[in-house]
Design a binder for this molecule. Structure first.
Ligand SMILES: Nc1ncnc2c1ncn2[C@@H]1O[C@H](COP(=O)(O)OP(=O)(O)OP(=O)(O)O)[C@@H](O)[C@H]1O
Ligand SMILES: [Mg+2]
Length: 344
């Protein structure tokens, strides 16, 4: 599915439409958009009210006639028209005009590993609606591997773990290609959900969406954290509906998020079992490179280190690795590997 470097070099811009965030790289201009994949719509008139950060802030705080929508779900564009409108707004008039001036506009897009034909079609349609005459698709795993500077072209194995919002993808890369890979339908959102559920079940507290972050921070480290073994969170009492705050035991929260994390560890195990032994031996030294926004989840790297016994590293800018990798390929910074047949 992944387009060739030659084709990518001819693209004018690259887009990573994620379940949580949308990122756009324009050749020659760099990363120009990094905003939540959210739009707020007036249901009476159909008009777009806000997109990106501002629309995300509106989540759960809107009157009945304003609806906050996410046109991308599980790594797939589910509402093509809304995704196009959101992208147009995020790009703004100036960038849109700059793109319109290009003759035969070409675009590239990251798609999750083994995206089904319908999902691929949706990504292509979205960008065609923005004026692209041709759209090249790149596997997110390859783009992220390039973006975090893994030596993907060497005959040595490297393992990459892309921790997104809706999915986690894991692959062993060697000689510029994917040797084995798995896509797990669990990501940052599932971890957040597990925390919200824990609060609801054990403390009868409904947690607002923004209150998850302090709990995530409390998870870093293995034992009691700097704030002590408990963290205070504010929410709404399930029974009375009144505002209330509770002290939450961090160890219990760490247990609560084990279920989604076990799925990730199972996925890593599956990829390792499918991988040729020579490459597994490389991996024991080189370890796992974590990218994606959820790689920043405090303590996740340590949990993986314990579970796999392998070295685990987090990329320098994990959240934007995939789009920067796509950008590097558009700019022609990546040399194609030449695997010429040897002369006899
Ligand atoms: N500092 C942080 N600590 C913990 N989690 C974080 C942090 N920053 C981002 N996240 C989480 O990372 C996720 C977003 O990651 P990312 O931007 O890679 O998603 P995406 O590319 O939109 O999703 P996908 O690739 O699954 O479609 C969100 O679930 C968010 O909660
Ligand atoms: Mg992503």
């Amino acid at each position: 599915m992944t387009a060739s470097l030659e084709q990518l070099r001819r693209c004018h811009f690259g887009v990573d439409l994620g379940a949580a965030r949308t990122r756009v790289y324009i050749r020659g201009a760099g990363l120009v958009v990094d905003q939540p994949s959210v739009a707020a719509v007036n249901t009476r008139t159909g008009a777009l009210i806000a997109v990106g950060e501002f629309a995300e802030k509106m989540t759960g705080r809107t009157p009945g006639y304003i609806r906050v929508v996410r046109p991308v779900s599980g790594g797939t564009v589910v509402d093509i028209e809304m995704a196009q409108r959101m992208l147009r707004q995020l790009l703004g008039e100036k960038l849109r005009r700059a793109l319109r001036r290009k003759p035969r506009l070409r675009a590239a897009a990251c798609t999750p590993h083994e995206a089904d034909p319908l999902a691929q079609r949706a990504a292509i349609e979205t960008l065609v609606g923005l004026g692209a005459r041709r759209v090249e698709l790149v596997d997110t795993l390859i783009a992220a591997g390039v973006g975090c500077g893994l030596p993907v072209e060497q005959p040595e194995a490297t393992m990459i773990l892309v921790c997104g919002a809706a999915t986690t993808q894991v692959a062993v890369l060697s000689l510029g290609s994917i040797v084995t890979a798995a896509r797990i339908a669990v990501g940052g959102e599932a971890v957040d959900r597990a925390m919200v559920q824990h609060l609801r079940l054990h403390h009868e507290l409904m947690l607002p969406s923004q209150a998850v972050r302090p709990l995530q921070l409390a998870l870093s480290g293995n034992g009691p954290t700097a704030n002590g073994p408990t963290t205070e969170v504010h929410g709404r009492d399930v029974a009375t509906g009144l505002a209330r705050s509770v002290k939450v035991d961090t160890a219990a929260v760490r247990d609560a998020i084990q279920t989604p994390l076990t799925a990730v560890i199972d996925g890593i195990g599956k990829v390792l079992r499918d991988c040729p032994p020579d490459l597994v031996a490389d991996l024991a030294d080189r370890g796992i490179m974590m990218v994606g926004g959820s790689a920043l989840l405090p303590g996740l790297d340590q949990m993986l280190r314990q579970a796999t016994g392998m070295p685990v590293r987090i990329a320098e800018r994990p959240d934007v690795c995939a789009v920067l990798g796509l950008g590097a390929m558009l700019e022609g910074k990546i040399e194609p590997m030449v695997l010429d047949p040897l002369a006899a």
